[in-house]
Design a protein around this ligand. Structure first.
Ligand SMILES: Cc1cc2nc3c(=O)[nH]c(=O)nc-3n(C[C@H](O)[C@H](O)[C@H](O)COP(=O)(O)OP(=O)(O)OC[C@H]3O[C@@H](n4cnc5c(N)ncnc54)[C@H](O)[C@@H]3O)c2cc1C
Length: 434
């Protein structure tokens, strides 16, 4: 049993060397050489960064697997906000309150110490995180900070553009903002939506959003249209089903333009442009390119010039630092296997990382990983489609592979899937937060 808490004994010194070794030269002047340590550990401890889909699951399952291990969860937001179902909120089918949930059960029922603060840096050598409130150290770290947005390459992107063209693609207030802007749209209004190149979080997500905005326009804003500039060659997920829904349910409303990366915006004119078209819009939603959170780049957990964090999927440990797990959308699919960047997958990764962390802290072998995913998408308020698979570990490639016979996609849209989608969301929120 490895029960002694290294974190409790370790002197917390954030030296210029350890920060530079992490590849974060830019941080050197921003960090104190010796930062104040908070929450001293009294036993084995895992520090989890990010109270989203991956981090929450990991935190809760460590406590379920071994209540003797202390878990500190660090999350900037006071409440959990779900991206899954947020398109339903934008489409005025559900409210913001219905996708916002309390973290309280995690501390009251599972004894997780939750710190609501900003993580400013990760010290991989010390297995510690620097927060706005001080430094928290652990025996292992599990990092699930999600994605960062990358607006480089978009001419005209500035603060005014960020206000005018919200992404609404991470937990936060932009979901409500986009919903409100649609409500203010006049009849005959013009909506634009831009889709980044894959991989991005939630492959079918933009297409579900297009569908639900189109349904809202059809019902509430007669004569309005939505123009889509998609950087990808074709619809990335459930293509036939989305295309059929747009043709049959929203004729003349959805104008979909593939192979049209966003290259320019003009915030004062309200236009978004590809190399071929300038699209003028009353409401525009720019979903930008994505990459692993800045925290991981700054900590040297993403190689120079790369976009995502490489991991060994057996326990979702970083391939670049010992005793550090990385889960969720920030992980590099080329090192994981062809899994989508989804909440369900982040939830599965969180469980695998929890088992691996507990095994390491108790001197046991981790069991082989298995992940599960189903992505439900509405194509209208009444109907949806799903795609799913189970992934197992292939010891020859070291990657997760779809288990034979386990994958499938809906052959057509159906009301049953729409009902399942809501049931799935409620069940998995309970799994993470209950
Ligand atoms: C519109 C939309 C619809 C979607 N629909 C589905 C769906 O139907 N099914 C599905 O499976 N997936 C869906 N997804 C994808 C899903 O939301 C993501 O895959 C999932 O959130 C990834 O989990 P994560 O833990 O990697 O990141 P997140 O869930 O984003 O969690 C990261 C957390 O870390 C916190 N954080 C980040 N940096 C810091 C810091 N420096 N300090 C403190 N806290 C920090 C953030 O506040 C956040 O709470 C959807 C996504 C979108 C945008």
């Amino acid at each position: 049993m490895v029960r002694g808490s290294a974190a409790g004994e370790r002197a917390m010194s954030f030296t210029r060397r350890s920060i530079l070794a992490g590849g974060a030269a830019a941080l050197v002047s921003a960090l104190p050489v010796r930062a104040e340590r908070i929450l001293p550990a009294s036993g084995p401890r895992v520090v989890v960064v990010g109270g989203g889909w991956g981090g929450l699951t990991a935190a809760k399952y460590i406590r379920l697997l071994d209540p003797g291990i202390e878990v500190v969860l660090i999350e900037r937001r006071a409440a959990f906000h779900s991206c899954p179902i947020s398109n339903w909120v934008i489409g005025h089918l559900r409210t913001v309150d219905e996708i916002t949930h309390s973290y309280v059960a995690l501390s009251e029922r599972h004894g997780i110490r939750i710190l609501h603060t900003e993580v400013e840096a990760v010290d991989v050598d010390a297995k510690a995180v620097v927060t706005a409130d001080g430094v928290v150290a652990g025996d292992r770290l599990i990092l699930s900070p999600g994605v960062a947005f990358d607006y480089t390459g978009i001419d005209g992107w500035n603060e005014a553009a960020a206000r005018r063209f919200p992404a609404a693609w991470s937990p936060g207030p932009e979901t409500a903002l986009l919903r409100a802007r649609l409500a203010e749209l006049p009849s005959g209004g013009r909506v634009a939506l831009t889709i980044p190149p894959s991989p991005y979080r939630c492959p079918p997500g933009p297409y579900e959003r297009i569908s639900l905005i189109a349904a809202y326009l059809k019902q509430h804003k007669p004569g309005s249209t939505i123009t889509v500039l998609d950087a990808n060659q074709k619809i990335v997920s459930k293509g036939k089903i989305f295309q059929a829904a747009w043709d049959e349910l929203y004729p003349g409303i959805v104008d979909y333009r593939p192979d049209s990366p966003l290259v320019q915006v003009d915030a004062s004119a309200g236009t978004v442009s590809s190399d071929f078209d300038d699209v003028a819009a009353d409401v525009a939603n720019v979903i930008p390119s994505q990459r692993a959170s800045r925290l991981l780049h700054d900590a040297g957990l993403v190689p120079d010039g790369a976009t995502w964090a490489p991991v060994d999927p057996y326990g979702f440990t970083s391939t670049l630092a010992a005793d550090i797990h990385i889960v969720g959308d920030a992980t590099d699919q080329t090192t994981v296997g062809k899994v989508p960047k989804s909440g369900f997958i982040a939830n599965s990764m969180g469980k695998v990382a929890a088992r691996a962390a507990v095994a390491a802290l108790t001197g046991n072998e981790a069991s082989p990983p298995s992940l599960i995913n189903t992505c439900y998408s509405l194509v209208s308020p009444e109907e949806g489609a799903s795609v799913g698979a189970v992934y197992g570990y292939d010891s020859e490639t070291g990657l997760l592979q779809v288990r034979p016979g386990s994958s499938g996609v809906s052959s057509q849209r159906s009301a049953t899937v729409a009902l399942q989608a809501w049931d799935w969301a409620r069940a998995i929120w309970q799994d993470m937060l209950g």
